[in-house]
Design a protein around this ligand. Structure first.
Ligand SMILES: Nc1ncnc2c1ncn2[C@@H]1O[C@H](COP(=O)(O)OP(=O)(O)OP(=O)(O)O)[C@@H](O)[C@H]1O
Length: 690
């Protein structure tokens, strides 16, 4: 649809000068098509009449009035015009703060449409100081009334009025160039309308019904494109088959037998799923999702073994250096006894050591390499990269993930996440993804006891901690800030580190946060791991992956400032062994409703699946689990939670269309064909993963 004229720069529209252009640019509006895609954030209902008599209870009016009287309140320069108006149901005083000039614009005896909000009963009368009006002219359609008025996101000096004008002009001038992308059969199936009409009605709807059809059309179209792109990827994945393998699992089984515990039922099932994928001709694209501490990392490491046994290499990418380091230590511990050669790569390694490491990797002398995005810098070359494991995948940008894939010849991909999301959402976000879920927790794990505590009651928490420390257990303290901030009156890790050293003077306390050098971080972590340190004071750097089974208490101060999934991840640092563990969420007095809900959810459940559902409800998908940070999904109108049903329909339709007409060659699909021959639509807006 959006070709040619629709790509004209937006200043083709009359009235858009340099200043306005800047403001529009800030909203991402550069050309006609992006102007047309700047959909209203809401519509003000100036269609449904709300007479004056209803104002007292509803707080607003939308009615036709006659001006009855002018008067002034106050004196001198501070006097304020009061305009008394009347409709069929009663009187209303319009208080014109700073707008005494309205005396001329609202002459006595004339009729006006009035839209007023914040109506209050004061001084024995109904008053309104926030209102808009338009002169009533018989037999003429009003400009701003009797309709659903679009309200847009603004920037700088832009006004609603101007933006409406620009959008209206662009619809009049260029609307005819907008072509319908969706096949006619789909429009008919769901009673959707042509794209140009949908755009017209989304901005300037005559009534609620047409608005709802326009919305449905545009939402469906957006999701349909997303699914079409996903579908194409699936086809491409199948186009390049791997050779069928019969990987040996001997070494893997040997290691499993050596473990001091049995794998859980779900761990076993996940490993079986992975082996089946690795052996098949289809490239693996599997997500292992499991709650914190459910044993995903172990599953991933065990899954790497058959690939390595067959002569392939494996790369494991973690989101933070701390986590990568920890994984590499675990991997070494687990795998070196069977002769598997593991290595850790980081951006901080000295160039001479790096050179050696890279040569070893290129020659195939390293079987499993673990690191952060340092794994795919240009000079990293693999001899035979067959499997990529990505931990906490949502924390990576798409580009990072893609460049790793290019390091091998169609390598298998295993993603891991401790932030489970609903299946439809997973499919949408990650394309054609197979999912293994680890729900069963290792035997002996006890649910973590979570206590909420208001700031000021820390003494009790400290008393409790003393008891745990005496038993030989270890403790985390987490703070939202690294250092003191003048702007925010919050406790910070640095000052509390000093304080806690005094309070727990016979115990060893360490501090880690993102500003601590990698070396110091590593030393502290090692010492905490080995039990040399009793108390670790930190920021949310310990959120992911840190695994110290002897730690039994997690204290999070200013807990209301953390998101649900962060709280859950942090809490998941304890309860990783057989000891009963505890989490104390200390909150300040300033609790918002959402903050309260988050804390209550944490208190009431340990189940990461329930928590992520709550998170989704409270924050919406855009914010969840770093999806926004990874920058791959920005919808203009669709909403992944609200529109879940449409996502499923669009997926079915898009996949069917690709199956029936993979080349988009039929007449009915010609718009789509044309569109995709230039560039996938919205490609700058979203890319799916996988
Ligand atoms: N089946 C099991 N029985 C007992 N302990 C297990 C089992 N599987 C893993 N563990 C141990 O439980 C701890 C957590 O395992 P792991 O680190 O693999 O979990 P995870 O799901 O990756 O955790 P996170 O999401 O926090 O990163 C580790 O110390 C691991 O050795």
């Amino acid at each position: 649809m959006f070709l040619n004229e629709l790509n004209y720069p937006v200043d083709r529209i009359k009235g858009i000068g340099t200043e306005t252009l800047k403001d529009l640019k800030n909203l991402g509006i550069l050309d006609i098509k992006s102007l047309l895609k700047h959909y209203p954030i809401r519509w003000e209902d100036r269609l449904t009449s709300s007479p004056i008599s209803s104002g007292k209870s509803t707080g607003f009016v939308n009615t036709l009035v006659k001006v009855i009287e002018h008067s002034y309140i106050g004196f001198g320069s501070k006097k304020t015009l009061k305009v008394l108006v009347q409709d069929k149901t009663g009187y209303l005083s319009l208080i014109c703060f700073g707008r005494n000039f309205l005396e001329k614009k609202l002459p006595i005896g004339e009729y006006f449409y009035i839209y007023g909000s914040n109506i209050q009963y004061k001084f024995s009368e109904l008053q309104c100081s926030s209102f808009e009006f338009e002169k009533y002219i018989p037999d003429t359609e009003p400009k701003q009334f009797n309709k659903l008025l679009p309200i847009y996101k603004l920037s700088g000096k832009l006004t609603q009025h101007n933006l409406r004008k620009f959008i209206y002009s662009s619809l009049v001038l260029y609307g005819e160039h907008v072509t319908t992308e969706l096949p006619r059969s789909i429009l008919d199936k769901y009673n959707l309308i042509d794209k140009n009409r949908a755009l017209e009605y989304i901005h300037f709807p005559m009534d609620h019904k047409i608005l709802s059809i326009a919305k449905k059309t545009l939402i469906y179209e957006e999701l349909f494109h997303l699914q079409l792109i996903t579908g194409k990827k699936v086809i491409n994945r199948d186009v390049k088959p791997k050779t069928k393998k019969q990987l040996s699992t001997k070494l893997q089984e040997r290691l499993i037998n050596k473990l001091p515990f049995d794998l859980t039922k779900d761990q076993k099932a996940a490993i079986e799923d992975i082996i089946r994928d690795l052996n098949s001709t289809k490239r693996m694209n599997r997500l292992v999702q499991g709650d914190v501490g459910s044993g995903k990392t172990l599953v991933a490491l065990l899954s790497a073994i058959p690939i390595i046994e067959s002569g392939g290499q494996v790369a494991l990418m973690a989101p933070t250096e701390l986590l990568a380091k920890q994984h590499s230590e675990k991997a070494y511990e687990l795998l070196h006894s069977v002769g598997i050669r593991t290595a850790f790569i980081s951006g901080n390694i000295k160039s001479s050591s790096r050179k050696i490491l890279l040569t070893e990797l290129e020659q195939g002398n390293i079987d499993l390499i673990i690191g952060t995005h340092a794994l795919f810098t240009q000079d990293v070359i693999y001899k035979k990269l067959d499997l990529i494991i990505v931990d906490e995948q949502h924390r990576f940008g798409v580009k990072q993930r893609m460049s790793l894939k290019d390091k091998g010849d169609n390598p298998d991909i295993l993603l891991m996440t401790a932030t489970p999301i609903p299946r439809t959402l997973t499919l949408t976000l990650f394309g054609d993804l197979d999912v293994s879920t680890i729900k069963t927790m290792p035997v002996g794990r006890k649910p973590i006891e979570t206590h909420l505590s208001r700031i000021g009651n820390e003494e009790k928490v400290y008393d409790f901690i003393f008891k745990e420390l005496i038993k030989g257990r270890q403790v985390y303290f987490v703070y939202p800030l690294i250092e003191q901030s003048e702007k925010m009156n919050l406790k910070d890790a640095q000052s509390m580190y000093e304080n806690l050293q005094k309070i727990f003077s016979s115990y060893k306390v360490a501090l880690i946060h993102s500003k601590v050098s990698e070396e110091d971080k590593e030393n502290s972590m090692n010492d905490f791991n080995s039990g040399k340190i009793d108390i670790l004071v930190a920021t949310s750097v310990v959120e992911v992956g840190v695994d110290v089974p002897n730690a039994t208490v997690m204290v999070i101060e200013h807990a209301e400032r953390f998101g649900l999934s962060a709280l859950h991840q942090l809490r998941g640092r304890v309860g990783r062994g057989n000891h009963q563990s505890y989490c104390f969420l200390i909150y300040s007095n300033l609790l918002t409703d959402d903050g309260k809900k988050r804390l209550m959810t944490m208190k009431n459940t340990n189940d990461g699946f329930i928590i992520s559902q709550e998170d989704l409800k409270l924050r919406g998908p855009g914010d969840i689990a770093g999806i926004k940070q990874s920058g791959f999904m920005q919808f203009s109108i669709a909403n992944l939670v609200r529109d879940i049903d449409i996502i499923e329909l669009a997926r079915e339709d898009a996949f069917k269309l690709l199956k029936d007409d993979p080349g988009l060659l039929s007449q009915e699909n010609s718009s789509l064909r044309e569109l995709y021959s230039v560039a996938p639509p919205f490609s700058s807006n979203f890319i799916t993963l996988g």
